[in-house]
Design a protein around this ligand. Structure first.
Ligand SMILES: NC(=O)c1ccc[n+]([C@@H]2O[C@H](COP(=O)([O-])OP(=O)(O)OC[C@H]3O[C@@H](n4cnc5c(N)ncnc54)[C@H](OP(=O)(O)O)[C@@H]3O)[C@@H](O)[C@H]2O)c1
Length: 330
């Protein structure tokens, strides 16, 4: 387990140091899981692997990014993904379609990308406009190119622990990144009680599958769970993916537990600040939780950067498998 918890950490600031010990983030700095730093290091390793694969096999991984419509948040996500891909040495191709695009037209584009040998990964940014059924589009992506890991074939492979070999699962990026952060901080997760708060197809369910594979005892909690706080308090590992700002309170957390906050919620700035200002918070009340947790991811700077890094890793994995090359172990 993680180190014992003290709520009375000494304010051991040395002469000349200007640390603000009333700020819990600084006071318990060693409990913060630095997802941003981990993701940067992972992206560095991905770039080196791509260079080596290119040198040895003449292969350059290709990622096709498809965006339908003008959703501002989606535009930012897509831009960040394409920039990160290019920096790592992945050829990112951009496909922008009008908001009025029909399902048949989008599926036709996906099928064209499926048969393009220079494209190893296909990402269709969600959400899609109302006239398009996202499942129909995800089903159209070749499972070997489904770098988001949302296709039912990849979901099934993950659920049945098919994690190695040419037909192994491509795993959804966010939970994959969460597991990497947990294993980096805790080592072997075997035997730990894990509670996954949220049961979505893109986060909660694959997260539960990954933790089950890591031999955790997994509970999946959701909006119908009774006595949620009590369920969460049993967790050595608590993954919050609900989309409810700061819902997880300090007294929901077992002392010493590792807390992974997947939530990204935009809320109004604190009173006294510009009312037009907003700030990002997670699903966990970070400043209170860090006083109890043994380790915790911040928002921003925790899980978010890992999601993009894992998309790049999945693209390299997909490119290798499609070309009979052993993918790197991330
Ligand atoms: N960091 C990243 O890269 C990243 C990636 C993906 C998502 N996210 C963020 O993660 C959060 C979750 O995303 P998602 O796509 O998984 O969300 P989602 O599809 O809306 O699923 C939310 C889950 O939370 C459960 N839930 C909602 N309110 C609850 C409550 N009051 N008590 C208990 N459970 C509750 C829901 O239960 P029911 O099933 O019973 O309705 C559902 O299973 C969002 O803030 C999203 O923005 C971040």
């Amino acid at each position: 387990m993680i180190e014992a918890v003290s709520n009375n950490s000494a304010d051991a600031t040395g002469p000349g140091e200007r640390t603000n010990m009333s700020n819990p983030r600084e006071r318990y700095a060693d409990r913060v899981i630095d997802g941003k730093g981990f993701a940067e290091a992972l992206r560095g390793r991905i770039g080196k692997n791509i260079a080596a694969i290119n040198k040895a096999h003449g292969l350059k991984p290709g990622l096709a990014v498809v965006l339908v419509g003008d959703d501002p948040a989606s535009k930012v996500y897509v831009r960040n993904k394409e920039k990160a891909a290019a920096e790592a040495g992945i050829t990112a191709t951009d496909h922008r379609l009008d908001a009025s695009t029909g399902q048949a037209e989008l599926v036709a584009l996906v099928e064209q990308l499926n048969s393009d040998p220079a494209v190893h990964g296909i990402l269709v940014q969600l959400p899609l406009p109302d006239q398009i059924d996202p499942n129909a589009v995800i089903d159209a992506i070749a499972p070997s190119k489904d770098v988001d890991g949302f296709h039912v074939i990849n979901t099934g492979r993950l659920a049945t622990s098919q994690m190695t070999g040419p037909d192994a699962a491509l795993v959804p990026c966010t939970p994959l990144g969460c597991r990497m952060l947990l294993e980096d901080r805790l080592g072997d997760l075997s035997g730990m009680n894990a509670v996954v708060l949220g049961r979505s197809n893109i986060v909660g369910k694959p997260m539960a599958a990954l933790l089950t594979q890591a031999s955790c005892t997994v509970t999946v909690a959701h909006s119908r769970t009774k006595d949620l706080a009590e369920v969460c308090r049993r967790a050595d590992i608590l993954v919050a993916a609900v989309g409810r700002p700061q819902m997880v309170r300090r007294d929901w957390i077992k002392p010493g537990a590792a807390v992974i906050d997947v939530g990204i919620n935009r809320i109004a700035a604190p009173s006294g600040e510009d009312p037009d200002k907003t700030r990002l918070v997670g699903d966990v009340d970070f400043d209170a939780a860090i006083e109890v947790a043994g380790a915790i991811t911040p928002v921003p700077g925790g899980v978010g950067p890992m999601t993009i890094a894992c998309l790049l890793a999945n693209t390299v994995t997909a490119a290798c498998r499609q070309n009979g090359i052993e993918p790197p172990a991330w």
